[in-house]
Design a protein around this ligand. Sequence first.
Ligand code: COS
Length: 388
Amino acid sequence: MDLTLTDEHEAIRALAADFTDRELIPNAAAWDRAEAVDRGIVKRLGDLGFLGMTIPEEYGGSAGDHLAYCLVMEELGRGDTAVRGIVSVSLGLVTKPLLAYGTEEQKRHWIPKLTAGDALGCFGLTEPGNGSDAGHLKTKAVKDGDGWRVTGSKIFITNGTWADVALVFARTGNKDGQPDDGPRGITAFLVPTDTPGFQAREIKGKLGLRGQATAELVLEDVRVPDEARLGEIGQGFKIAMSTLDKGRMSVAAGCVGLIQACLNASVDYATQRDQFGKSIAHYQLVQEMLADISVDLDAGRLLVWRVADLIEGGQPYATAASTAKLFCSEAAVRAANNAIQVFGGYGYIDEYPVGKYLRDARVLTLYEGTSQIQKLLLGRALTGVSAF
Ligand code: COS
């Protein structure tokens, strides 16, 4: 793995860093308090090309490789995990599977709008009764003439109330037309959110990610034509899982940004705050916390870059993505917790950003596959034995 960044990488990182410093960091606390990110940010993300990373220019994308994508996710994650999540979900979990599995017509219809920030996507996999056990989800799509009727509900859906299109996974029966209540009976659909019967309700009162539009989706007899089907009948679970493999890389990259933010804030505070006649940076127990954050930062970043490198090299990357997601999300919680400790009582009030870092970090070990699911995926890769 070559660890040298090209001029293009440096340029895109600088662009994202500048955007984060000017538009995210000054607003993140206010968005958190108001429980609403400024929606105008979506168009800005599109204008800067961040919603089109790795997507070919012929579909309105801004191209670039997966390392460039990770650098942008890291910078956005340094500024606001909620905003990084908007991109990770719309681009990573909707535009990318559209590019990989969509028909030419589907790609031409949706991708240019999504990359421009004129439309937003959400990913409808998790249900009230099926989180980790996604293969047994209950939402149903029943054939209706030349189309489908979709009924069910989805929960904890990032971008849910903002999205124009929802990638919905529903039970249809398998590719042979037989009923199947496991992973092989699931099909993916691109459902425009203005279709009659589609409702999104925002979930308030979250511990963190308060500015993000997280929703519950309810679909009641939502009729879509067969052209809304993404991929083959029965292929939905594989589409979901392969999409999450790359999604986990982008979450991990965002975690690295959050760890960097924790380190920056902690070093600044430690060098300015005096106790016992000198700055607390003079104390070994404080330096230990800074060193712990710094080691996690470097290790996490290298794990993320390895995934990007494997993807670019056409190598299998799912296990490396689980490793990066597991390590970086747990490290982000550790880093934010340490940052609060460095800040002492000031870390516990929202005049300083570190309390928000911990609240935002906490979801990272839950979504896009819990830490326990990542460990079981690693265990299966090591032993060949599935423990779920
Ligand atoms: N890429 C492509 N195909 C995959 C895949 C992947 N990463 N993972 C599994 N598949 C395929 C399998 O090869 C298998 O194919 P066949 O039908 O040809 O045999 C099929 O999908 C079923 O796989 P598996 O047996 O592993 O399914 P399980 O129901 O046991 O799934 C886990 C297990 C737990 C791994 C899965 O449900 C999971 O990842 N859960 C977490 C869900 C999640 O991350 N939710 C967050 C949503 S976004 S916030």
